[in-house]
Design a protein around this ligand. Structure first.
Ligand code: FUC
Length: 818
């Protein structure tokens, strides 16, 4: 027994900390100089990448408002005059000329958007620590704390770091197993030209700087960082630009950052006052109380969802090894870790009151990051927020709503000045200044549905929460998104539908257009306008207002182009039947109608459903990180769990192994490549959609269960209409137990793979007719136009059982298999 205890103690000490919990990323080697090996921490305001290096530790620092530039707009007022000619050229088939004119007179002549920039690194130097043993580092995502430990000369050194949610600072505690043996120096390295580092009379290490000028916009975000060290034993000395600790028992570092950013049009904040307020408040607290408050705040969000996908086979090896082995092991614990990591990353990069997660969340070490690490709103930003509602993190959606609100303000001028339209709009990119002029080039930038798509997140939030006051408050934004299209749609001279023109299907071009992406009435645009109109109509009806506007929208909606099924039995991407079945482009924008929208359904639109499947198959699996993330959601909506799982396998592949495709970095960041966080969020959403869907008039359970997960449990998922899956258990692919909480009351229509019964009481009935629940109303997608060359036929669907369960507000219902 004693021997066992000693062995256990030894194991705990040497193997480190909590990898046993399964919710830990852990490694046996430091990051070296590879940023994508470092472990991310964040509290929505501050982001840190902790390298866990031994003689020189690096914490790379970000703050959510440190962006190049300053308040600015980038509309091009010449657009209005050239719009009729651009449209004429498109309708006459002169796409190249239309693109040329668009580049000259519609594209911005100003900034193409600003850059999210790093603050710098805090670097800790440990002399004499070059030769170490027993190395271990981890990120425990059940607590949002990262740790590093190693041994030098018989002394074990540990560092624990986290970005505190309640205290708004990054805290690192350093300890040594022998008293008086902790010695190191701390210094900042800052990549900004306009920056300086000093040490103060009160022993603070201070970094001040101003962000970069970029594309004619002056950099005016002032930032200030302070590192302050609390010592237990030992001495603290300083040079002009570093702090030197000698012979301490332990030390706690407090890292605070403040900026002058108030909002997208106001930089009059006081960065010094902010940075000092945060650090003074935190410094007065003990490490133990700081870590406790941090973990409580974090777990209040994180613990809402639990997932188990079956017994573990390979979890005793480090995370990088698990990733390498995944193709062979299919380790369910790695899928769970990756799933929950998506939730961890959203909690860490998107907090109410802060900026939304950008292309890299809140983690970037480059002065000029890929695509400026801004907001690409033709897919990537929306994807970041797909997990928010369904994985029970609804309040993390807030920063996106604030961005949409602000874009609806700046986008009114863009709509008016550039297109002579009322309402508001945004093109395919935005940044912290909420620019919405067209950027990058006509091929990409002329797409004008960014506002329309983003506005649907407001509606979805209402569908999940039933929060009528929220709906009332955002109704003007929904209305404005519709009003833009009311004015902007034009009649197609050949087909006579109302279409968006100029348009493109994001970032793709039909071969027939000789390299130009420009077109009118692309499928995705038609689908987005259809959704924007439909959700505005339903919101106005629920709020009992705007009757004549409802009429206008219904009338215009009736004149939109329906979806088309083309000669290759595909869903057409464009109005003309010009798709190439060998096109493997990463964007499959016309499947917006399948997911995240719900215009294509196995039960309501079987032909379109079959066409969507052909399109997915023709486009192929291999793709960039985010594209794989989207494909998991699509295959889940296709009710094909094994194909969705194949995409998870592709995604959980070390970078460089998938030919021409993305994958995953050692720290489980998604690789486009380069790092882009959307793929992480897309996959978390997709795994949820494999287990539960609530978009098609029902709560559909286990709609796309792969053979790899015959048994498992999940708790805490949210469905539209305020239903929460308190617990769901499946065995041998059969749903054996379900506990649902009804937060809003109303009819719960279930679609399940096998027969169920209420474990006590009656009231579970076979469903009939339309679901009366107001949150489950589906629109009647117009019948598709089918090419005479198409041989499309509905697909055979797996049998399911449909039940209706009338629920009471606050009621909890337990069902078991029959
Ligand atoms: C779109 C995508 C790219 C990349 C970029 C940030 O342009 O087509 O693949 O994700 O956004």
């Amino acid at each position: 027994m004693k021997q066992l205890l000693i062995t256990l103690l030894f194991f705990t000490m040497t193997s480190g900390f909590s990898q046993q919990s399964g919710l830990t990323l852990w490694y046996k080697q430091p990051s070296g100089d590879v940023w994508e090996n470092a472990l991310p921490i964040g509290n929505g305001r501050l982001g840190g990448m902790v390298y866990g290096n031994v003689p020189k530790e690096i914490i790379q620092l970000n703050e959510h408002t440190v962006w190049s530039g300053s308040p600015n707009r980038n509309d091009n007022p010449d657009a209005l005059a050239s719009l009729p000619e651009v449209r004429k050229l498109i309708f006459e088939g002169h796409y190249k000329e239309a693109e040329k004119l668009t580049n000259q007179s519609i594209l911005t002549k100003k900034s193409h958007g600003q850059k999210f920039q790093p603050v710098g690194n805090l670097e800790l130097t440990f002399n004499g620590h070059d030769n170490y043993t027993n190395y271990y580092r981890e990120l425990d995502i059940s607590r949002a704390v990262t740790k590093t430990s190693y041994t030098v000369g018989g002394i074990t050194y540990t560092r624990e770091t986290f970005a505190s949610f309640p205290d708004r600072v990054i805290v690192m505690q350093l300890t040594a197993s022998k008293p008086g043996s902790l010695s190191f120096s701390a210094a900042y390295a800052c990549p900004h030209k306009s920056s300086s580092v000093v040490t103060t009379a009160s022993n603070d290490l201070e970094l001040t700087g101003v962000t970069s000028d970029h594309e004619g916009v002056k950099g005016m975000v002032k930032f200030k960082g302070i590192t302050r060290i609390k010592l237990n034993g030992g001495t603290l000395a300083k040079t002009d630009s570093s702090l030197i600790i000698q012979g301490a028992n332990s030390a706690t570092l407090f890292i605070s950052i403040g900026t002058n950013f108030n909002n997208y049009k106001d930089l009059s904040g006081n960065e010094s006052r902010r940075v000092e307020t945060y650090i003074n408040q935190a410094y007065s607290k003990s490490f133990a109380s700081l870590v406790k408050a941090h973990v409580v705040a974090y777990q209040q969000l994180f613990n809402r969802v639990k997932l188990d996908l079956g017994p573990s086979k390979d979890s005793q090896v480090p995370t990088d090894e698990q990733l390498k082995n995944f193709r062979n092991t299919n380790e369910p614990a790695l899928v769970v870790l990756y799933y929950q990591y998506g939730r961890y990353l959203l909690i860490s990069s998107s907090q109410p009151g802060g900026q939304p997660a950008n292309l890299q969340g809140i983690w970037n070490n480059k002065m000029s990051p890929p695509w400026d690490s801004k907001y690409t709103i033709n897919i990537n930003t929306e994807m970041n927020y797909w997990p928010a509602e369904k994985t029970n993190l609804t309040e993390l959606h807030d920063p996106l709503f604030q961005l949409v609100k602000e874009l609806s303000e700046t986008g009114q001028e863009t709509a008016r000045v550039m297109y002579g339209a009322r309402g508001w709009m945004a093109h395919h990119n935005t940044d912290i200044w909420r620019i919405n002029g067209p950027v990058d080039g006509a091929f990409w930038g002329v797409w004008n549905a960014g506002g329309g798509w983003l506005s649907q997140h407001l509606w979805e939030h209402y569908l999940y929460t039933g929060d009528k006051a929220f709906l009332e408050s955002v109704y003007p934004i929904l209305r404005g998104a519709s009003l833009f299209y009311v004015d902007f749609l034009v009649e197609h001279p050949k087909y006579h539908w109302l279409v968006v023109a100029p348009a493109n299907s994001p970032e793709n071009a039909p071969k027939a257009h000789e390299g130009s992406s420009l077109d009118a009435g692309t499928t995705m645009d038609n689908q987005i306008v259809y959704d924007v109109f439909s959700s505005t109509i339903r919101a106005a009806e629920i709020l009992n207002k705007d009757a004549s506007f409802i009429d206008t929208l219904k009338q215009k909606r009736g004149r939109l182009a329906p979806m088309h099924i083309g000669q290759h039995n595909q869903l057409q991407e464009w109005l003309d039947d010009v798709d190439d079945p060998n096109d493997h482009h990463r964007h499959i924008s016309h499947l917006y109608g399948l997911f995240p929208s719900n215009q294509i359904s196995p039960y309501r639109t079987p032909e379109l459903f079959a066409a969507a499947r052909n399109t997915l198959t023709q486009r192929g699996d291999v793709s960039t990180g985010w594209s794989m993330g989207w494909k998991i959601n699509w295959w889940a909506k296709m009710l094909d769990g094994n194909h969705a799982y194949k995409l998870i396998q592709n995604q959980l592949t070390p970078l460089g192994v998938n030919p021409d495709g993305g994958g995953t970095y050692t720290n489980l960041f998604d690789a486009h490549p380069p790092f882009q966080i959307d793929g992480n969020f897309g996959c978390t959403s997709g795994i949820t959609e494999m287990l539960m869907q609530s978009s098609d008039g029902t709560v559909h359970l286990l709609p796309a269960l792969p053979d790899a997960w015959p048994g498992g449990t999940v708790s805490g998922l949210k469905a539209r209409g305020g239903f929460e899956i308190v617990n769901m258990e499946w065995k041998d692919t059969k749903l054996v137990k379900l506990v649902v909480k009804s937060i809003l009351g109303g009819n719960l229509r279930l679609r399940v793979p096998n027969e169920l019964k209420l474990n006590n009481g009656t009231g579970l009935n076979q469903a009939t007719g339309k679901n009366p629940n107001v949150f489950y109303q589906t629109e009647d997608t117009p019948a598709p136009i089918v090419s005479p060359k198409s041989t499309i036929a509905p697909l055979a669907l797996k049998e399911t059982v449909l039940y209706d369960l009338p629920t009471q507000k606050g009621g909890i219902y337990t069902l078991v298999s029959k």
